[in-house]
Design a protein around this ligand. Structure first.
Ligand code: PLP
Length: 355
């Protein structure tokens, strides 16, 4: 019956969508394989400008700037924006690329406990002595599938005069009523200042990242952001994929809704079978097992039953919190979801994870 992939970030299944593939081929034929240049020399084509405009429109922001990856977008922003007189306040479980980006800047660094608003408030109070404050968080955290309390973060940011930065890699395209992301889901689209996200997950899955936000910020990044200034521009085929993926999402939220329904199906059937699934409503569904060896052998046995999943253990997740991270996609059928749950149930019983 073939192997079903349940561990990709291909949340909307757009990486194999025929229109997305056709758009990539057309862009390749019309605009060539690549630009052999960074953006500001001869690496900007009409499609790069169009995609930046489309991204800004999608997120309802003023402007956007493309990068080769979201890792690069995160590596570029903090150093370009913050000086030694400023402060950055970062959730302790933020993605490695945010951590590295913050390391590169000379601002004063505060790390608040994961999604702990009391701790964030205490750190914001301490950071009042600095010129500018930036709170940085993942919108959805990829290890646990949990969603940042953006409403509370934005309230605190308002109270203590801070800007809010959100990494939306695991939210863009499918969270919120129109798939705009965590800020739409939590009703704070007008309060989050800066969004960084990827084109390499839900939006076609090829590669690429971006920052979207106020125009003066994007202008500043074009002048100062090192991964933008010193790295090749996105290849036309990649731009074509992402642009078509956004067109499809701007037309309709049916794909995102179908993924959400399948996520509910998986989460409720797995919970009924006796498993503990971390997070809530997110297509990242970590099946919590605790023991690292159990996670590894169960993942191996799942593959023997045609289900491709991976066990995560220390140091990727804390000790004693090993898990198998399942990711649901719009291209999974209900039968695929049921086949995955059945395989988990068999394998869980065999290895003692279920009674
Ligand atoms: N931020 C988060 C939260 C991620 O999960 C990832 C990818 O794993 C990135 C940034 C980096 O994205 P990209 O693959 O576009 O570099």
């Amino acid at each position: 019956a073939g192997i079903l992939n349940f561990c990709a970030n291909n949340y909307l299944g757009l990486s194999s969508h025929p229109e997305v593939i056709r758009a990539a081929v057309e862009a390749l034929e019309k605009f060539g394989a690549g630009l052999s240049s960074v953006r500001f020399i001869c690496g900007t084509q009409s499609i790069h400008k169009d995609l930046e405009e489309k991204i800004a429109h999608f997120h309802q922001r003023e402007d956007a700037i493309l990068y080769a990856s979201c890792f690069d977008a995160n590596a570029g922003i903090f150093e370009a924006l913050l000086t030694p007189e400023d402060a950055v306040l970062s959730d302790e479980l933020n993605h490695a690329s945010i951590i590295d980006g913050i390391r590169l800047c000379k601002a004063n660094k505060y790390r608040y406990k994961h999604m702990d608003m009391q701790d964030l408030e205490a750190k914001l109070q301490d950071a009042q002595k600095h010129r500018l404050r930036l709170v940085a968080t993942d919108g959805a955290f990829s290890m646990d599938g949990d969603i940042a309390p953006l409403r509370e973060i934005c309230q605190l940011a308002q109270k203590y005069d801070a800007l809010v930065f959100v990494d939306e890699c695991h939210a863009t395209g499918f969270l919120g009523p129109n798939g705009r992301g965590t800020d739409e889901l939590l009703g704070v689209m007008d309060k989050v200042t800066i969004i960084n996200s990827t084109l390499g997950k839900a939006l076609g899955g090829a590669a690429g990242g971006y920052t979207t936000g106020p125009k003066p910020l994007i202008d500043l990044l074009r002048q100062r952001s090192r991964p933008y200034l010193f790295s090749n521009s996105l290849p036309p085929a990649v731009v074509g994929c992402a642009s078509k993926a956004l067109d499809l999402l701007l037309e309709s939220n049916a794909i995102a809704q179908s993924m959400a329904a399948k996520t509910q199906r998986f989460r409720s059937k797995m919970t009924a079978a006796g498993f503990t699934i971390s997070g809530k409503d997110h297509p990242i569904c970590p099946v919590m097992l605790g023991d690292a060896r159990l996670a590894a052998v169960m993942a191996e046995d799942m593959l023997n039953r045609g289900i491709y999943v991976i066990g995560f253990s220390y140091p990727v997740v804390p000790k004693g919190k090993a898990r198998i991270r399942v990711q649901i996609s719009a291209v999974h059928s209900d039968e695929d979801i049921d086949r995955c749950v059945e395989a988990f149930t068999e394998v869980g019983r065999k290895h003692g994870a279920l009674p």
